[in-house]
Design a protein around this ligand. Structure first.
Ligand code: SF4
Length: 113
């Protein structure tokens, strides 16, 4: 019979082995720990912005349809990108626009503040 005890809310198998179903994945990377705010240091703030390589863009307009919050078309049909930070609530839309660009002209840039 396996001896399992509860120690501070976690089930521990005697002998030091954790019960697999009770293991909570925790990042060991210092950068990920800092991002998550678990290292004791203040959580890093990240800024996400969108950039375009105008030499690749063909003016298809897909991006403006998928991310109208930050992209509008100029009178020639090329995108005008708002360079402000993209809030977390809009990053899914931004990623969809980036991955849908047929010319791979859009990129998201993540910078530490
Ligand atoms: S989807 Fe890509 S190629 Fe089309 S307008 Fe936007 S950036 Fe340009």
């Amino acid at each position: 019979m396996t001896d399992i005890r509860k120690v501070s809310g976690q089930r521990i198998r005697v002998g030091g082995t954790r019960v697999p179903s009770q293991i909570t994945p925790v990042s060991t990377s210092p950068v990920q720990k800092q991002k998550a705010g678990v290292s004791g240091a203040p959580a890093m703030k990240w800024r996400v912005t969108m950039v375009i390589d105008p030499t690749l863009c063909d003016g298809h307009g897909v991006c403006a349809e998928l991310f109208p919050e930050r992209i509008e078309m100029d009178r020639w049909g090329y995108p005008l990108i708002d360079g402000d930070d993209i809030p977390p609530g809009l990053t899914d839309h931004a990623r969809r626009a980036v991955t849908s660009c047929p010319r791979l002209a859009l990129h998201l840039v993540e910078r530490r503040q």
